[in-house]
Design a protein around this ligand. Sequence first.
Ligand code: SAH
Length: 263
Amino acid sequence: MGSGGQGQGSRSSGEASPAARNLVKERQLCLAALVSLVVFAGSPWASDVDLAMGERRERMVREQIQARGVKDPRVLEAMRRVPRHMFVPPSVASKAYQDSPLPIGHGQTISQPFIVAYMCEALGLEGHEKVLEIGTGSGYHAAVLSLLAREVYTIEILEPLADEARERLQVLGYDNVTVVCGDGYQGLAQQAPFDAIVVTAAPPEIPQELMRQLKTGGRMVVPVGEGTQELLRITRTEQGARVERLLPVRFVPMVPGGQNRSR
Ligand code: SAH
């Protein structure tokens, strides 16, 4: 298995205010791009674009994901189906099928495709599950999960990202995903317990509230640590938690939040 991971987004303090100032414009641009892609999909030119992107996704699955040992056919199919280029800003859409994380604004990143597939496989989903994701970001990982489970809840602490992801998932028709803006450390008690929980930002330690919201027999996949991180799979059993160490990884830190905000 390769040492896949997620690049650290730049989080300079100078970045927040210009980003905030440009937010409205950015959102309008993103939405316009999304709408035009959707409209374009119905036009005679669409086939070339779709074909090119579809071929790139095929290659991504073969060369980045299968080649590193991911085998679950449902995961491979989901990775073939979700249009990653529609989850990134138009300025990096041409890089959407590269073997790397990409910036999505607000100092955050969309995970490397391999790591998304690897984490999904590690959850062992069959299709009937209720899943919680912490760290919605672009909504891409949630879209992949939505094809693998019955119901997906995903929590994002940054409101603009939560709003963009919610709109994007809705436009693209991923209607079994609910995006919640709030603090992932608190999970989502009103929807618990979950069959599976996936955390896509790195906490310093295993978040205990999330463990409490996991069903007995449920799995949580989480990158744990500061600086060097390890991807862990924790299975909640009658006897306690069983921890497996999966992979060294690099994710953006999971930031401590305040109270859960509303949806
Ligand atoms: N899964 C995402 C990528 C995640 S990047 C995708 O597919 O695009 C990690 C995300 O976690 C960032 O968007 C960051 O804002 C969010 N995050 C960080 N700390 C958090 C917390 N305490 N609760 C919820 N989200 C958090």
